[in-house]
Design a protein around this ligand. Structure first.
Ligand code: TYM
Length: 330
């Protein structure tokens, strides 16, 4: 049985990209693997959130995880900051990571460029904390979207470097995982790039039918193909990328043929996409409304999750202290 672990930053509500890129896989993997899923609240502090916002967002993600189908009977569900062992692991691995490689990380360069007023050290060492999340439980598989691929590569590099430095075979190298298929990137419907909170182009799992419909109908298109079988421009490709995942094969083929024969009507395409996105989101949406009322149940889940997660975290910390040579004198 593989050990699976993944997390999400509580910076808002879950969107369709989070769900299709990551959480949908979490739900499936918990039936076959040994799974841990957590809420990465420390990671979310690289952008300074208001304390009340942070509390609300942690609860949102927990509720939405459960509404998507994460099951506390099958998986360990916890909040990152409930695991104090992680801070020690992070500190120790900050000695393994090099400044140059951290500065070259795509996500660091991107965030430093976009938010030049807040290039904090936590942003620089973000991949080290992520490696700590994964390696402290010695996870083998990490279900994530394509944007996290480089962070996983760095985790493998740190694990290898630790093993080499201390002459041990302690850590195995975890892999980013999407059932053996390519990792996916859900695009926004605003023409280019990924769907993301900071991009402001998200369809959220809390959106109602009307909102989803109106967001999809606003998707960027063009005046339509004039040459048969021509290559799709990016905004149209993006619509088909989502359609490919949420619609049936027949529907996708129908609209592809229409595109290739220059007969496509984008209004019909968007209407179909909206319907199929609603089919995915609306059952989740209904469960969110139920779950968010039950604070006592939510509290029990994360308390229990933290206790279980602490078992493996404690063991790893004890063992790496021993390997590193941090000894007790009493
Ligand atoms: P975060 O919070 O940005 O995103 C959570 C998950 O959603 C995926 N995702 C997407 N997938 C496809 N298309 C999109 N448009 C899209 N947008 C988001 C992300 O790939 C991710 O899987 N660093 C992580 C959180 C984290 C973590 C970890 C993950 C912290 N420690 C340890 C795995 C293991 C992050 O910022 O994800």
């Amino acid at each position: 049985m593989a050990k699976v672990l993944s997390g999400i930053r509580p910076t808002g509500n879950l969107h369709l990209g989070n769900y299709l890129g990551a959480v949908k896989n979490f739900v499936e993997m918990q039936n076959t693997d040994d799974c841990l899923f957590f809420i990465a609240d420390y990671h979310s502090l690289t952008t300074h959130q208001h304390p009340e916002e942070l509390k609300k967002n942690v609860k949102n993600i927990l509720v939405e995880y459960l509404a998507c189908g994460l099951d506390p009977e099958k998986s360990i569900i916890y909040i990152q900051s409930d695991l104090p062992q992680l801070c020690e692991f992070y500190l120790l691995f900050n000695m393994i990571a090099y400044l140059g490689e951290l500065e070259r990380t795509a996500s660091f360069k991107d965030k430093a460029r976009k938010h030049s007023e807040n290039v904090n050290a936590g942003l620089l060492t973000y991949p080290v904390l992520m490696a700590a999340d994964i390696l402290i439980h010695k996870a083998d598989k990490v279900p994530v979207g394509k944007d996290q691929e480089q962070h996983l590569e760095m985790t493998r590099k740190f694990a290898r470097r630790f093993n080499n430095q201390y002459g041990v075979e302690y850590f195995t190298e975890p892999v980013a995982y999407n059932f053996g298929k390519e990792l996916i990137k859900i695009p926004g419907l605003d023409g280019s790039g990924k769907m993301g909170k900071s991009e402001g182009n998200c369809i959220y799992l809390i959106d109602n039918e009307k909102t989803i419909h109106s967001k999809v109908m606003k998707a960027v298109t063009d005046s339509g193909p004039v040459v048969p079988n021509s290559e799709m421009p990016e905004p149209i490709k993006n619509i088909f990328t989502i359609l490919d995942i949420v619609s049936t094969q027949d529907t996708v083929s129908f609209f592809r043929e229409k595109y290739n024969s220059c007969e496509i009507r984008y209004g019909d395409l968007k209407k179909q996409l909206a319907e199929d996105v609603i089919k995915v989101i609306s059952p989740i949406n209904q469960r969110i409304v139920e779950l968010e009322k039950d604070d006592e149940y939510l509290g029990k889940i994360v308390k229990n999750g933290a206790e279980k997660a602490a078992e493996t975290a404690d063991k790893t910390i004890r063992e790496i202290r021993e390997i590193i040579g941090i000894r007790k004198f009493w």
